[in-house]
Design a protein around this ligand. Structure first.
Ligand code: FES
Ligand code: FE
Length: 426
């Protein structure tokens, strides 16, 4: 039993309540900046985005500007984007390739390894000034798992592999789609704002309870277009039900669903049209040959919406979307999303993937605008948090075994971890 200012969690009574203040109160956001974000591993970028020595991407992670970069030896480094002289940003481009990071303020320059190599008028500094003391600072921790790179501002955070816990199995199911194990972020980024608390997007990213109501327009469109949204009889049995939801440890969680609308790697119903079939079948045959029938089916015939605590979502369905978001305020987040695909993919397969990235998952697609509207409506309702304190999140608590994708066990897994960190920090 857990009773805190944030959650009431009584499995024995089948009760789980969430205090609405957690989604609306600016004081909670202030507390979670250190308790949640600065104590965890936070997604920074994918290795494919910086292929060559000198490649860089500037990002904001945990409210700090960073440079996600390849050094002169091809190693991945995450520099803090602040000049060691007086803190101006030494890199002001979103991406590129450079031999030097040149600070435009007084002209200090740093090489690809972050070493200070140029100081205009260096002879005016007193004796004892040594450029070796002023290399660019780096994120306290930076580690990658199968191409996905995370940083942490907590020097004592557990190793990334341990932190990811059961989420690794689901990242593997994504990466196994590439014959060489090389996934690639496709150039082009979706960026948008939602007037809602960031944790509402965590919930929404794998809340399948809302599918039939919020996304009715899309489901009707699918039916009208002749797409059957049910798996063919006898073939939906890879999982015991059409979908399950579960916690994966450390606040990570997933919904793991039978695919019902087509995947770039799946058989059955294809949203990609008849002419795509031969290539999709060839992709499927390669998977079977490389992984065996059972693993190929696991990779290709199930979708997964994975939340990696606290703010990374990998949606692996009709395309693969990496989505991360950052709170600008208690009621406002900025969302960034990238499409991911096997590096070896053909142009036509890539085009199909990007179409789905745009028309389904994109901010102007079939799914996201409805979700954004729902989240902003929730946030408007949350202005009443002082009058109506608690939300209900107990779906599935009456079951001992497997929980469905439409239950809320996976949401509770996120909130339990969030609560633990908030209480520990307080
Ligand atoms: Fe960068 Fe002065 S702040 S050179
Ligand atoms: Fe949705």
């Amino acid at each position: 039993m857990t009773d805190t200012p944030y959650i009431i969690d009584r499995p024995e009574d089948m009760v789980f309540r969430l205090n609405r203040r957690t989604l609306a109160d600016p004081a909670v956001l202030e507390a979670e900046r250190s308790a949640v974000f600065d104590s965890s591993w936070i997604y920074c970028g994918h290795e494919s985005e910086i292929g060559e020595p000198g490649d860089f991407r500037t990002r904001d992670v945990c409210g700090r500007p960073v440079i996600f970069a390849r050094d002169s030896h091809g190693g991945i480094r995450v520099f803090l984007n602040a000049c060691r002289h007086r803190a101006a940003q030494v890199c002001r481009e979103p991406c590129g390739n450079t031999r030097r990071y040149n600070c435009f303020y007084h002209g200090w320059s740093y090489n690809q390894d972050g070493k200070l190599v140029g100081v205009p008028g260096e002879d005016s500094y007193p004796p004892g000034f040594d450029k070796a003391d002023f290399s660019l600072a780096e994120a306290p921790r930076a580690e990658g798992y199968k191409g996905f790179w995370f940083i942490s501002f907590n020097p004592h955070v557990a190793a990334l592999d341990d932190y990811l816990a059961g989420a690794r199995e689901y990242i593997d199911l994504v990466v196994d789609q590439s014959p060489s194990g090389s996934m690639q972020v496709v150039e082009g980024t979706q960026e948008y704002d939602i007037r809602a608390n960031w944790k509402l997007l965590v919930e929404n990213s794998f809340d399948d309870y809302h599918l039939l109501t919020t996304h009715k327009t899309w489901l009707d469109y699918m039916k009208d277009s002749g797409v059957n949204v049910e798996p063919p009889a006898g073939q939906g049995l890879l999982l015991p039900s059409r979908g399950i939801g579960k916690g994966l440890g450390n606040g990570h969680a997933v919904i793991d669903n039978i695919n019902f609308r087509g995947r770039p790697v799946a058989r059955w119903i294809s949203i990609y049209g008849e002419d795509a079939k031969p290539e999709i079948e060839a992709i499927r045959a390669e998977l079977v040959e490389r992984l065996g029938e059972a693993r190929a089916a696991r990779v290709a015939d199930t979708n997964r919406n994975l939340v990696i605590f606290p703010n990374l979502v990998i949606n692996d369905g009709s395309s693969i979307t990496i989505r991360t978001f950052w709170p600008e305020a208690a009621d406002h987040m900025k969302v960034t999303a990238w499409a991911l695909g096997p590096a070896e993919e053909s142009e036509r397969a890539r085009a199909r993937r990007l179409d789905s990235f745009l028309t389904f998952y994109g901010p102007g697609g079939f799914a996201t605008p409805d979700d954004v509207e729902a989240l902003e409506s929730v946030q408007a309702g949350l202005a009443t948090w002082r009058e109506t304190e608690w939300s209900v999140m107990s779906r599935g608590m009456n079951k001992t075994g497997e929980q469905l994708n439409t239950d809320e066990e996976h949401l509770r897994a996120f909130w339990r971890r969030w609560n633990e960190l908030m209480i520990a920090d307080a």
